[in-house]
Design a protein. Sequence first.
Length: 183
Amino acid sequence: MKFIPTTLEGCYIIEPKIIKDERGYFMESFNENTFQKGVHQDVHFVQDNQSFSTKGVLRGLHYQTGIHAQAKLVRVLQGEVLDVAVDIRPDSLTFGQHISVVLSGENQRQFFVPRGFAHGFLVLSETATFFYKCDNFYNKDSEGGIMYNDEQLNIDWQFPATELVISEKDHLLPTLENAKCAQ
Ligand SMILES: Cc1cn([C@H]2C[C@H](O)[C@@H](COP(=O)(O)OP(=O)(O)O[C@H]3O[C@@H](C)C(=O)[C@@H](O)[C@H]3O)O2)c(=O)[nH]c1=O
């Protein structure tokens, strides 16, 4: 398993070791020992989530606040997405900066998004099944978010804005400036 550091401290792109033979392939999709050594953090996952979406669906940008903050290890089981993490750690030198990475069932890449980041993704393929591990439980009352097209973030979603499918809840998200994390 290869852990590739990114420009945002604590965020890693992970490439699992795929062992192929005449039957197909085998890989360790998660191994706590390897993972903790790879990201240099003591992370314990407690919840797995899975969602299915069609082309143009954009979920995000989401985070949970305070003691309910979540680190996420995300990947795509089928299809292709553009996955985005935004640094919202108030004291971070890279506050407001983001990373985009294409994750697909084909490239088998994973993305580790630590606590203190907002996270979202956009489906580039006809459909996509998205899977992620979280190191803290879902807590509805601590949900926070930032509008995907916030000018300050300036994220290139690489998709026509008119074809995006976004939940009612996500349409009401604040700008980074007005988000809870920036206060
Ligand atoms: C996230 C979540 C949602 N739910 C419920 C609430 C709601 O009824 C339904 C759908 O919730 P949402 O619209 O928030 O789902 P979704 O927009 O897919 O939310 C997710 O987006 C991505 C980008 C993330 O990073 C995740 O952490 C999560 O926030 O599922 C849970 O029961 N447990 C959970 O952990």
